[in-house]
Design a protein. Structure first.
Length: 324
């Protein structure tokens, strides 16, 4: 399963046009609405003429005519977990014509499936180029995979202006519509989402990899060693009921906060009492300089806040250790 995608070095006449066409798969800064049915998600129309069986996979997908006309929909010759791979046909042809051998030429996206245990391990690391987007009643998860660099291939720059609009159209459809276009025709699939911020990754490592080098504290009281067992309710809330996104313009509010620290990594997370769904990440560099960024946490359960959840974790740990 391809998770990362490297830019091809040594640009030749078979130009990988990174400078000319940026990726439309941008970093999330808003929370998705996970309550919508598939037909309301991202322009799924249910048009029977566009429903396409994906080979012998047992799955179908709504693929509009302009995609079928300009892209190659591959369902055979893939690894056992990949259901479909969509690539721009012109890039495949340019790659073959020049005998370049780029196995990712023109790749737009793939959809694959994974077991729950595999998804848990994926969530413990950077998932750039891979998002969990659906689940069925049998516990199978579905992944939307895409390149993190542009994979457009042409013989020269001469065709850039002519082809760039079409390339952008395909990529826009892929980023905005493809997930719903897969969920809609396949009965029993439901939309799910797993954010993959650094904070998500740290929670996942505690829950799924047994990470033990971390402490919890408040601005009033010192750090306490704690455990995934003590924090089980918090981990469930963050990993199963939260979506965490970057908050570019946030500032730290005054007042107290709960702190989750990973001392071996020189990373801490501050959960503010004055803004209970704002979290500050502080990374301390070797020279002592601190680099900070912010996240906003959105829960799908009414009444939950990030700070209250972490405060409850701290209170339980402190009570068990006779510190409160």
């Amino acid at each position: 399963m391809t998770i990362r995608h490297k830019m091809i070095a040594g640009m030749t006449a078979a130009m990988i046009l990174a400078a000319a066409a940026g990726s439309v798969f941008a970093q999330e800064t808003t929370a998705p609405d996970t309550t919508q049915p598939a037909e309301e998600l991202n322009m799924y129309t249910g048009n029977a003429e566009d429903i396409m069986e994906l080979g012998n996979t047992g799955y179908s997908m709504e693929i509009p005519e302009f995609i079928r006309k300009n892209a190659t929909i591959q369902t055979e010759g893939l690894d056992k977990n990949t259901i479909v791979k969509v690539s721009e046909t012109a890039s495949l042809e340019a790659n073959e014509k020049q005998n370049l051998g780029y196995d990712t030429a023109g790749w737009i996206f793939s959809i694959s499936k994974a077991a729950e245990d595999e998804v848990k391990q994926l969530r413990c690391d950077d998932m750039s180029g891979c998002e969990v987007f659906a689940q069925d009643g049998n516990g199978t998860f579905y992944l939307f995979e895409h390149p993190t660099d542009v994979t457009l291939v042409r013989e020269s720059y001469d065709n850039i202006d002519k082809d760039l609009n079409g390339w952008s159209e395909i990529n826009t459809w892929a980023s905005e519509c493809a997930e719903a276009a897969f969920i809609g025709p396949n009965k029993g699939l439901v939309y799910v989402t797993c954010s993959n911020s650094n904070l998500d990754i740290h929670f996942a490592r505690i829950a799924f990899r047994g990470e033990t080098s971390y402490t919890i504290s408040t601005t009033q009281f010192g750090p306490l060693n704690t455990s995934a067992e003590d924090g089980s309710e918090a981990l469930d809330a963050f990993l199963n009921h939260a979506h965490i996104v970057y908050s570019d313009s946030a500032e730290a509010p005054d007042g107290e906060y709960v702190v989750l620290t990973f001392p071996e990594e020189n990373v801490r997370y501050d959960f503010f009492t004055a803004d209970k769904n704002l979290v500050r990440e502080v990374i301390t560099l070797e020279d002592g300089e601190e680099y900070e960024s912010f996240y906003t946490v959105y829960f799908d359960v009414d009444g939950l806040t990030a700070t209250d959840v972490m405060q409850a974790w701290y209170d339980k740990t402190a009570a068990e250790q006779g510190r409160k």
